[in-house]
Design a protein around this ligand. Sequence first.
Ligand code: NAP
Ligand code: ZN
Length: 355
Amino acid sequence: MPSAAKGYAAQSAQTPLAPFAFERRDVGPNDVAIEILYCGVCHSDLHTARGEWGGTLYPCVPGHEIVGRVTAVGDRVTRFEVGQLAGVGCMVGSCGTCPSCREGDEQYCETTGLVGTYNGADAVMGGHTYGGYSDHIVVDEHFVLSIGHDEADLAAVAPLLCAGITTYSPLKHWKVGPGQKVGIVGLGGLGHMGVKIAAAMGADVYVFSTSPGKREDAKRLGAKDLIVSKDAEAMAGHRDSFDFILNTVAASHDLDTYLTLLKRDGTMALVGVPETPHDPIEVGTLVFRRRALAGSLIGGIRETQEMLDFCRDHGITADIEMIDMDDIDNAYDRMVKSDVKYRFVIDMATLRQAA
Ligand code: NAP
Ligand code: ZN
């Protein structure tokens, strides 16, 4: 029997999020049902709820940084038991058989594409998937993660499910490690996780920011320094010196400014997905130093578990500001102004208590 669920949804790109009643599917043989305790607030939630990328299906219940407690498991579930802590990130399905899925890169599924935790096609209930701004969720075991952190840290673990893996995966892919100079562009939700993880991997980390006031935070998070991206002189001092730059900025901007800071053979990977295109890049900036401009999408399930374990072993969680469910539109407005230190997390008890 499907179960009644409570959530918060945007009914259109223009309307604020508001209470929304819907149904979750019955717990199938391979499914895990999770009572959601906390859900992080990703800039992708805002892009989607406000229709900035196009293609949003309404009503839209965002949220893909989900942590909570298992309340039921299907007959064939082997890795989870009732009462255990569990997490769900950005995906709840993929074809499972294409080369990318078989290699553990479900996010790059080549046939159906990944099934998003929200705004994806819901194969069981029909319509589209509803995300973590809700009281519970039912997910195939394959897409459920184990949480090894202390329960006291649970709210601060939630952002690892997207911001953590989206930064860990490219840092790992481009083999960031000791002796390397690594830049993180934008000190927001993704950026602050990128700093912590790259520093834990042993790199010398520098933050590029439009916010000079974030310098002390950048250092506290593990960076050597913060470079104000609008300060041309400070930027010029780092020309040809970076091995790798991870660009998390959520708005279109001039990429050449950063590409010129890469060494020969250096790479800048984009993870930010702005509403409008970036300025055109200068081809010469790439060819005269064999530099690369790349992109990266979240990370596979196996790698997400590896990231969670890495963060547990290195004592890494997110720096969070807890909000009530009905504060969400205010939180979105603050996120647009880069006024978040460094991830909003919704206390889902405030949704349960709401009438
Ligand atoms: P966020 O918390 O809002 O952080 C973005 C940061 O970018 C801001 O804090 C700000 O840092 C900087 N910034 C904002 N506007 C800027 C501008 N006009 N020029 C230069 N810098 C600016 O957002 P987030 O949750 O980290 O997400 C960042 C982006 O990644 C979003 O586009 C999101 O959709 C995308 N995303 C992609 C993936 C993926 O798999 N590729 C996964 C999750 C999210 P400073 O104050 O330091 O400048
Ligand atoms: Zn996200």
